[in-house]
Ligand binder design. Structure first.
Ligand code: MSP
Length: 524
């Protein structure tokens, strides 16, 4: 049920495969979740923000074998890299789950058992034992129909994602997905906000309308997975034990009043990349329906980054590690860049040239310059204290109103994951403040109308305070510094303090201003 009035918000990221080092694609999903979580916390909601690593399956087992270590050692190492990434990018996740943890294994087995007891909509057992013969892509950890495949260069076949596929034939348990098509289509109709953006919703609807086949949910040809309860020759299909992380982290199967599961499930938002929508909007809701558990409220799929116009790949050697960006541009610059550069949901290209252009325009020349000008004028002309305002003129009220109502104005876009629109609205207030400062020229008022100078600088300081508050989700560290420079108390930094409730108190001493964002000089 969208638009619910509960004051909790549960946001998740995909859990990352540990066969790879973290790159900007991984950082991107988690950053969007972090911005979301921080927004809801500042709005006073009870937030749970979950991320983690996906550690079972053939792909990870193969990478471990190639590295000459056991899967457990391998996953311990690589999972740590993803945990380090959360620190590096200042992510505020409340938990970090690994699918090899006992809690995830227990939840996967409990979900399996609930599904195994269930009867599907066509009156037959939801799980049955059979034998799988078909195509499997280890790289995607996904099964494909023959009709979906293309011919590869060396005579082999390729999945639509470009991953090579191999023929698999082995005993397998199946989930009777074929019986859930109508229920899923009814769900997409009843919950139009469930799958977003709408292009993805249409894609998924036509996939389901095309008819669903039963899904192989266990494997017997390798053992790096969660044993199937009661038949331990089988390990569960890695996506089953991956998807269950979202409830495992809430203590499932433990339920009931006061439990984290009751407090936070269903998820308000699963953020995913466009490649894994099918798993989250077809398989996952069908598993939950079978187990008779509530369904997530929304799944939003973002697009993919290319690098300087090319697909990011190890073989091209153009994979960008998030740490490289942070070293080159700074932490909050990187966070802003990734959120501002591309409309969330679209594919986007990363280039150093446009990164520098955006950081200089938005940050160094934008909010950074506005803060520096205002705070320096206050420091020099107002005895380093919050100035005393006089009566507000219409233009003062217009700017203050725009700044104070920022959160109200961006909330709808935030709920739609339109982060770039949120930023656009914030930057229009920055542009408004820039033209206000030029129009009122407070530096000249010192000689002609010192009272008016105080009012103008007060209005600008208030506008900066509001900007600092609403930009915290995107750039927490730098905005904390801005709010420090305005002497905003720690308990007046949330959205409730945005308007007059948190107004700066005239006469409050202000520390000497320090630049927020240095200008980047482009190396030729
Ligand atoms: N383990 C599964 C998810 C299980 S969730 C229950 C998985 N892992 S992944 O590590 O391969 O991918 C994780 C996320 O990174 C996906 O959402 C994917 O879209 C995203 N990205 C990987 N490369 C990307 C880009 N080049 N650009 C943007 N995001 C990309 O899938």
């Amino acid at each position: 049920m969208s638009g619910n009035s509960t004051q909790k918000f549960f946001v998740t990221t995909p859990i990352y495969y540990v066969n790879d080092q973290p790159h900007i694609g991984h950082a991107y999903t988690t950053l969007a979740a972090d911005v979301t979580a921080r927004f809801h916390r500042l709005a006073g909601r009870d937030v749970f923000f979950l991320t983690g690593t996906d550690e079972h399956g053939q792909k990870v087992a193969q990478s471990a074998a190639a590295a000459g270590i056991t899967p457990q050692q391998f996953t311990d190492n690589v999972s740590q890299n993803f945990r380090d990434l959360t620190k590096l990018l200042n992510f505020s996740n409340d938990d970090f789950i690994r699918t090899t943890e006992p809690r995830n294994i227990a939840a996967a087995q409990a979900l399996w058992q609930a599904m195994a007891k269930a009867v599907s909509p066509d009156g037959q057992p939801a799980i049955y034992l059979g034998s799988y013969s078909g195509w499997y892509a280890v790289r995607d950890e996904a099964f494909y129909d023959e009709a979906e495949l293309n011919d590869g260069p060396d005579g082999g076949k390729l999945a639509p994602s470009g991953a090579p596929v191999a023929w698999v034939e082995e005993p397998s348990y199946f989930f009777r997905l074929s019986a859930y098509g109508d229920a899923l289509l009814a769900l997409y109709e009843a919950e139009p906000d469930l799958v977003a953006p709408s292009s993805r919703r249409n894609e998924i609807k036509s996939f389901v309308k095309g008819g669903l086949r039963d899904l192989s949910i266990s494997r017997t040809s390798f053992s790096w997975g969660v044993p199937v309860p009661g038949d331990e020759k089988h390990v569960m299909y890695v996506w089953l034990d991956a998807l269950v992380n979202y409830i495992a982290a809430l203590g499932f199967p433990e339920k009931g009043e006061g439990s984290p599961y009751d407090r936070f499930w269903p998820a308000d938002l699963h953020l995913v990349g466009k490649d894994i929508v099918r798993f989250h909007t077809v398989y996952w809701p069908a598993f939950l329906m079978a187990a008779n558990l509530p369904l997530p409220q929304r799944v939003f799929a973002h697009g993919w980054w290319t690098i300087e116009g090319q697909k990011m790949s190890k073989s091209l050697g153009n994979v960008i590690a998030p740490s490289q960006l942070v070293e080159t541009y700074g932490l909050d610059q990187t966070r802003h860049l990734l959120m501002a550069e591309v409309p969330f949901g679209n594919d986007g290209d990363f280039s150093h040239k446009s990164a520098i252009r955006r950081i200089n325009a938005d940050l160094a020349n934008g909010i950074g310059n506005l803060a520096q000008r205002t705070l320096t004028l206050i420091q020099k002309n107002c005895e380093a204290a919050v100035p005393e305002p006089g009566q507000f003129a219409d233009q003062d009220k217009i700017l203050l109103d725009a700044a104070y109502s920022l959160y109200r104005n961006v909330e709808a876009d935030l709920r739609l994951q339109s982060f770039h629109e949120v930023l656009r609205a914030i930057w229009s207030v920055i542009a408004g403040a820039d033209s206000y400062i030029d129009r009122n020229a407070p530096w000249a008022l010192k000689k002609t109308d010192i009272a008016r100078m105080g009012t103008v600088l007060y209005v600008l300081a208030e506008t900066l305070r509001a900007l600092g508050i609403v930009l915290q989700p995107f750039m927490p560290e730098t905005m904390a510094r801005l709010l420090d420079q305005l002497a905003v108390p720690a308990d007046k930094r949330d959205f409730a303090a945005l308007g007059e409730a948190g107004s700066l108190v005239p006469g409050t001493a202000l520390p000497p201003p320090q630049g927020l964002f240095p200008r980047i000089v482009e190396a030729e």
